[in-house]
Structure formats: structure tokens, C-alpha cells
Ligand binder design. Structure first.
Ligand SMILES: [Zn+2]
Length: 386
């Protein structure tokens, strides 16, 4: 089991992340026709039957499936594969499956799932690079839309632009913290596409309890009333049933009920400038328990402090990239007392993508989409701007 902690302190100024450029986008090719769920390829020069008959490794077969985070049909998509031997593309079938027969090469294999027509790109391109030895197994992709409509709550029906560069933007060049930081075990400089660390949608509402035994101050009944006013407000921000109260005596430590809980207590020895701290325990990417410590009992009524720490307990890191309830040390002075629409949209997105990855076994989700934004979309913008 792994534990992660973030603390809320006071400090100073923001420097932005230098955006990482840019590999060459893979060459597109007109896809061939498809029928039903069968895969087809764009290779006109070679009969796959001949390939099988020869049984030699002249071709890299890449098969996979595509789902979408917003549950729209996977239409107008193409899968592209690039090896040192060349490039090939194939249409994604109506059932989300694809098969690309690319020239065999040496070294890594790049796979991109993208809109066949970049002008009609609703989803971020999903980019992954794999050793040849792993490219032969089924490749699952959960595509991330470029805008997210918040379904309910404070921002009901608002469309928010999804910006993964910003969601992964470090709060400073020297601190690898970002909004999605916890999602990938603390590193934002990744090219992999493993499942992130998060609660599952199925875990909601998460049970919240006061841990009186750990508290350095006596917790009174009024503290519960005060805290739940703030948490109710946070649920309204999100439009989600995030939390539900439980009594500590109903959740024995070590018992199965202790999973899906966030424990909160007063901890007055957090350090001079630390207002609160939050942590989580996770196993194989799934957060099982969260903890929130607040330095002063009276701060249970403080929307900025409580929402900040509970955002961490929900699995999100700091950001200075947009107005937020979970600002980093470089931008605490602009912290909001509500989760912003950017917080909410990117949190919704993450919960949905991660839930789909767990359900389908797809290894490529938000990190692959972020790589697609950097390596395909940003590269095209750079070329267009020349
Ligand atoms: Zn924090």
C-alpha cells in the first residue's frame, strides 16, 4: 500500500511549465472500407493472408479497442501506427475495434488514435509509445473529449474547455505538482499510459468520519454540523453526492468498512505554516482511504481550507493553472472558497476516464491524451504558425 500526503502552507510566486514539444505526427492515410465488427486495413499492396502464410515478422500487427469518456460513439476515428519501418493507418470500426498492419521495425512502436479529419477533432489524440514486445497485445484507449459539460450542481450544463497541458502544469519548475499530479504517482514527466491513482466513481459517496482518538483537540457535536455545511457546499460545487457521514464506532480500523472512508481530525502539530494536510492510501491505483488533518478546530468552518484538503483527499493535487479551490503554494493568495468550473470539469473527467479504464482494462487514458495534446495537436499548431 502506498501513502501520499500534501500539505497546505503559505508561500509565493508562480512560474509556468515549459510545454514539452513535439514529435512528428504520424502520417495519415485514407482508411479502407469496413464491415460490421471486422477489422480492415488501409494497406492496398499486401494481402494479409499472404502475410500469415509467410509467417515472417515483416509486419507489426496492432489491434485494440476505443471507448470514449463521454460515452459518445467512436466515429470518424483512425488508428495510426509508426515503426522504424514505416507508417500505416486503419479506420476504427463502429464497435470501437481496430487492427493496423504496419511495417515491422526496430525499437519502439508509436500508436495514435485520432480523428480521421483533424478539423473535426472532438477528442484529444491518444498517443502511446511501446516496445515492440508489448505492441502485440491488445491496446485499449479511453478517449478524452476537448470539452466537458458539467451535468449538475453549481455549474450545471456549463461547457468547460479541457486543457490537459494545464491540468498537468507544474505549480513551479522545481515542484512536480499539478492538478492531476496524484493521478500518476507524483510524476508529471511521463510517457507511459498506466492506469492512474484515483477513487472510483463506484466509491461515491465516500464515508466521512471524525477520528476523535487521533485528534489533539476534543471534537464537539457542533464541529460536525460546521464541517458538513462546508462539505454540502462542496457537493453542490461538483453536482455529485461525494460524501456521506458515518460514526467512527461503525467503522473499525482494519475492517472492510474502513475502506471507502475519509477520516478527519484536528492535528495542531502540523508545523508553523501548515494549515492542513491530506493523504490517501491506494492499492494498484485505487484509492481506498483518505485522511484530512486540520490544524485548528475553528477552521472546520473555513471553506478554503476544508475544500482544499478534501480536494486532495479526492485525489487531486495543486494547480496554479486556473482559478481553483486547490491552489498551490505559489498562488495560495488567489485560492477560491468554491471548487471552480475548471476544478469540477477536470475532476469529473478524471473520475469518468479512470472508471472506464478499470472497467475495460484500457491502459491508455488521460496520460495518453495529454501526450496526444503535446505531440500531435501542439506539433500541428507549431507547424501551422510557421
Ligand atoms: Zn494542498
Amino acid at each position: 500500500m502506498t501513502e501520499t500526503y500534501l500539505r497546505l502552507t503559505r508561500v509565493a510566486p508562480l512560474l509556468a511549465l515549459a510545454i514539452v514539444p513535439c514529435t512528428t505526427a504520424l502520417g495519415a492515410q485514407e482508411p479502407g472500407p469496413t464491415a460490421g465488427g471486422s477489422a480492415d486495413t488501409a494497406s492496398a499492396a499486401t494481402d494479409p493472408a499472404d502475410v500469415a502464410a509467410e509467417a515472417q515478422p515483416a509486419f507489426q500487427m496492432v489491434r485494440g479497442f476505443v471507448t470514449t469518456a463521454d460515452r459518445r460513439p467512436a466515429r470518424g476515428l483512425v488508428a495510426r501506427v509508426k515503426t522504424s519501418g514505416g507508417e500505416q493507418a486503419s479506420e476504427v470500426n463502429s464497435d470501437g475495434s481496430f487492427l493496423v498492419i504496419a511495417p515491422m521495425g526496430e525499437g519502439d512502436v508509436e500508436i495514435v488514435v485520432d480523428a480521421a479529419d483533424p478539423a473535426k477533432r472532438w477528442y484529444f489524440p491518444s498517443w502511446v509509445s511501446l516496445p515492440v514486445s508489448r505492441a502485440g497485445r491488445e491496446q485499449g484507449f479511453v478517449l478524452v473529449p476537448r470539452a466537458w459539460q458539467i451535468p449538475s450542481g453549481r455549474y450545471a450544463e456549463e461547457w468547460v474547455e479541457v486543457n490537459l497541458d494545464k491540468a498537468f502544469e507544474r505549480i513551479s519548475p522545481t515542484r512536480p505538482e499539478s492538478f492531476f499530479m496524484w493521478q500518476i504517482d507524483g510524476s508529471v514527466d511521463v510517457t507511459n499510459r498506466d492506469r492512474p491513482t484515483s477513487w472510483g466513481l463506484e466509491s461515491l459517496p465516500i464515508s466521512v468520519l471524525f477520528d476523535r482518538d487521533s485528534s489533539t483537540w476534543t471534537i464537539e457535536p457542533v464541529d460536525s454540523t460546521t464541517l458538513w455545511k462546508v462539505l454540502d457546499s462542496m457537493e453542490q460545487d461538483f453536482g455529485l453526492d461525494l460524501f456521506t457521514p458515518v460514526r467512527a464506532e461503525d467503522v473499525p480500523e482494519g475492517g472492510p468498512q474502513a475502506d471507502r472512508t475519509i477520516r478527519i481530525w484536528v492535528q495542531d502539530e502540523l508545523g508553523r505554516y501548515v494549515l492542513g494536510m491530506a493523504g490517501s492510501e491506494h492499492t494498484e491505483g485505487a484509492i481506498r482511504r483518505g485522511r484530512v488533518m486540520i490544524r485548528r478546530r475553528r477552521w472546520f468552518r473555513d471553506h478554503v481550507i476544508v475544500k482544499h484538503e478534501f480536494m486532495h483527499a479526492l485525489g487531486f493535487g495543486h494547480t496554479c493553472a486556473w482559478p481553483s479551490a486547490v491552489t498551490g503554494p505559489m498562488c495560495y493568495d488567489v485560492a477560491l472558497d468554491v471548487a471552480s468550473q475548471f476544478d469540477v470539469a477536470h475532476a469529473h473527467l478524471s473520475l469518468n476516464v479512470n472508471a472506464l479504464q478499470r472497467r475495460t482494462g484500457a491502459r491508455n487514458g488521460i496520460v495518453a491524451a495529454w501526450n496526444g495534446q503535446k505531440r500531435v495537436m501542439n506539433a500541428q499548431l507549431t507547424r501551422a504558425g510557421r
